[in-house]
Design a protein around this ligand. Structure first.
Ligand code: RAM
Length: 522
C-alpha cells in the first residue's frame, strides 16, 4: 500500500461554512472513571492475539502496594475509555533523593500491554502506540497526563527510584470524554441476547468515537473520514441523535474543497481546519450520500440548500471518469477505498457506488426541485444499463471488475446496494455469492456492514443476522468492549498496516450493528 502525497495542493476555503462548523462545535461530557482491578497479562493460544488479562486484586488495594526499581503493575478500567489520566504518586522510605522515572504503557487490548512496542514494524507511524516516560523531580506529586488516550489497560513500570525510596500510586483516574447525547438513546431489550449485546457494544463504540467530530478511531487516526462519517451518522440517527454533530462534519468537509470543488477523504481540525491531501473516489461521493441521509433524518432544508452545490459537484467530478460506454475508467493511478482487501479491483464497486449515490442525489434534486434532476436521471439510466452490459458476466452470474475480470465480494455487494437489479435478482445474486464464496473476499467490518445491508435489502433477514453473529459476535467472543477496525475470523492477527499493535480497537466503521438492528428491526 502506498500513500497519497500531493504537491501544489490547492484548497479554496469557504469561510462562512467553516464558521458555521465552528458554531456547531459540541461540548464534551465528562465522567470520572476509576480502575476496577489489577491484572496480569498471560499468554493463551486460544484467545485473540494470544494474550488475555487475568484478575490479580481489586484496584482498591493499590494504595497498599509499594513499587521500586523494576516493579510494575497493570490496571484494568473494566471497559473501554477515552480520556485523560491522572495519578497521585507518594514516596515511601527515605526522602526521595533522585527523580522517579516512570514508564506508562496504555492499551485498548491486552496485546498492547504484552508485546513490546520496540518490536513494532508496521508501515503506519509507531507514534500512534500509546506510551509515556515521565520524570518526576518532586514527590509527592499529582500527575495529569496531557494527552488523550483510548484504552482499557494501563501499565505502570517503575524504571528507577533510588535505593532509598519507593513509590505508591493513588487516585488513579480517567476523565472520560464524549460528545454523545446518551439520554437520547432508546433502550431496547432484545429477546436475542447476542443481538442485545451487539447493540450495546455498537453504541459504546460510537460514543467513544464521538468527540469534537465523529472520529474514526479515538486511538488512531483520531480524525474525521468521510467513509466512516457516513456510517456513524446512520448509527447516530438510530441512537444519540446528535444531528448537529453530523451537520458540523458536513460543513467541515464543504469548507475545504480543492480548486476543482472536490472534498477530501478526511480533514484535521487542529490547529485549524486542514484538508488532508488524500482524495478517494468513493469517499468524495459519500459527501452527497451523507447529506442525503442527514436531510431525510432531519428535514433540515436550509442545510440541504447550502450544501447542495458541494454534493452535486462530487457527482459531476465522478462522472468525468466515465468512458464512452458509461463505465468508470480503471487506471493504476486512481484512488477509491472500498475495502482493505489485498488485490481488490475497485472499478465495479466504484461504478456501483456512483450509481448508489446518484440515486440519492436525484432524490435530493427532487426535494429542491432542481433542474439537474433530469440530466442526472438520464446519465443514471445509461450507467445502469452499461453495468449490466459490460460488467455482468452471464456465464459466471457475477459482476466482474477491471481488465482481469475479477470476481470479488465487494463488486456483488455494492451492485446489490446500488439496486441495478430487481429485489429477486439481487436475492439470487446474494445466494450465489454466499454459495460460491469468490476468493477476493472482505477485509474489514466496513465491508461486512455492506454485506449485511445487501442481504437486508435483498430480503434475507435471517442470513443477515447469521453473518452479524459470526462476525461482530466473533469479536464479542474474544472480549471486545468496543468493536474493532479490523477482524478476520480466519486470520486473527490480520492488519493491513503490517502489525496488529497499530490496529484500532474502537472504530467508527465497526459501530453499525445498532443501526442494522434498529433500522431493519432485526
Ligand atoms: C484507515 C482508517 C479509516 C478509513 C481509512 C480509509 O486509515 O481505518 O477509518 O476510513 O483507512
Amino acid at each position: 500500500m502506498s500513500i497519497q502525497k500531493l504537491q501544489n495542493h490547492l484548497i479554496v476555503r469557504n469561510e462562512p461554512f467553516i464558521d458555521q462548523a465552528e458554531n456547531l462545535k459540541p461540548l464534551l461530557n465528562e465522567k470520572i472513571v476509576t480502575p476496577i482491578s489489577m491484572v496480569e497479562i498471560k499468554s493463551d493460544k486460544e484467545v485473540i492475539h494470544g494474550w488475555k488479562s487475568e484478575f490479580v486484586a481489586p484496584a482498591s488495594t493499590l494504595d497498599n502496594c509499594v513499587y521500586g526499581k523494576g516493579d510494575s503493575v497493570i490496571l484494568d478500567f473494566g471497559d473501554h475509555q477515552v480520556g485523560y489520566l491522572s495519578i497521585n504518586i507518594r514516596p515511601e522510605g527515605s526522602p526521595p533523593d533522585a527523580p522517579l522515572k516512570l514508564k506508562l504503557t496504555i492499551g485498548e487490548m491486552p496485546v498492547e500491554i504484552a508485546e513490546p512496542f520496540e518490536n513494532y514494524n508496521g508501515w503506519l507511524s509507531s507514534s500512534w502506540l500509546q506510551e509515556e516516560t515521565i520524570f518526576v523531580d518532586v514527590l509527592p506529586a499529582e500527575i495529569n497526563l496531557p494527552r488523550r488516550y483510548s484504552f482499557r489497560y494501563v501499565k505502570f513500570e517503575v524504571m528507577d527510584t533510588s535505593p532509598k525510596y519507593r513509590v505508591v500510586f493513588e487516585n488513579v483516574e480517567c476523565r472520560a470524554v464524549s460528545s454523545a447525547n446518551t439520554n437520547n438513546v432508546k433502550i431496547i431489550s432484545h429477546q436475542d441476547k447476542q443481538l442485545q449485546k451487539m447493540d450495546e457494544i455498537s453504541i459504546k463504540t460510537l460514543a467513544d468515537c464521538m468527540q469534537d467530530v465523529f472520529e474514526d478511531g479515538p486511538k488512531r487516526d483520531r480524525r474525521l473520514w468521510l467513509g466512516d462519517l457516513r456510517l456513524q451518522a446512520l448509527a447516530n440517527y438510530e441512537t444519540f441523535k446528535n444531528n448537529d454533530l453530523v451537520k458540523r462534519c458536513l460543513y467541515l468537509f464543504a469548507g475545504v474543497p480543492d480548486d476543482k470543488g472536490k472534498v477530501p477523504a478526511n480533514v484535521f481540525v487542529a490547529p485549524k481546519l486542514i484538508a488532508d491531501d488524500t482524495y478517494l473516489f468513493d469517499y468524495s461521493l459519500f459527501f452527497a450520500s451523507t447529506l442525503h441521509d442527514y436531510y431525510f433524518a432531519t428535514s433540515d432544508i436550509q442545510t440541504l440548500q447550502e450544501l447542495w452545490p458541494t454534493a452535486y459537484k462530487q457527482v459531476e467530478i465522478a462522472l468525468e471518469r466515465l468512458d464512452e460506454n458509461h463505465i468508470l475508467i480503471d487506471t493504476a493511478d486512481w484512488w477509491s477505498f472500498i475495502d482493505w482487501q489485498e488485490g481488490l479491483n475497485k472499478q465495479t464497486p466504484s461504478q456501483a457506488i456512483l450509481i448508489y449515490t446518484m440515486k440519492q442525489v436525484i432524490r435530493l434534486a427532487k426535494e429542491l426541485n432542481s433542474p439537474e434532476k433530469d440530466l442526472l436521471s438520464a446519465r443514471l439510466e445509461k450507467m445502469e444499463t452499461a453495468a449490466k452490459t459490460h460488467l455482468w458476466d452471464e456465464q459466471q452470474q457475477f459482476f466482474i471488475s477491471g481488465a482481469e475480470r475479477q470476481v470479488s465480494w465487494a463488486s456483488q455487494i455494492w451492485m446489490v446496494l446500488a439496486g441495478v437489479f430487481s429485489k429477486e435478482e439481487n436475492q439470487k445474486l446474494m445466494d450465489h455469492l454466499l454459495k460460491e464464496k469468490p476468493e477476493v473476499g472482505i477485509a474489514t467490518p466496513y465491508m461486512y456492514h455492506h454485506l449485511v445491508e445487501a442481504l437486508l435489502v435483498s430480503g434475507d433477514k435471517e442470513q443477515a443476522k447469521a453473518e452479524m453473529k459470526t462476525y461482530w459476535g466473533g469479536m464479542i467472543q474474544y472480549g471486545a468492549d468496543t468493536f474493532w477496525e479490523l477482524y478476520d475470523p480466519n486470520n486473527k492477527d490480520f492488519s493491513p498496516y503490517g502489525s496488529h499493535l497499530i490496529n484500532s480497537y474502537c472504530h467508527a466503521w465497526s459501530c453499525t450493528p445498532t443501526y442494522l438492528i434498529r433500522k431493519y428491526d432485526l
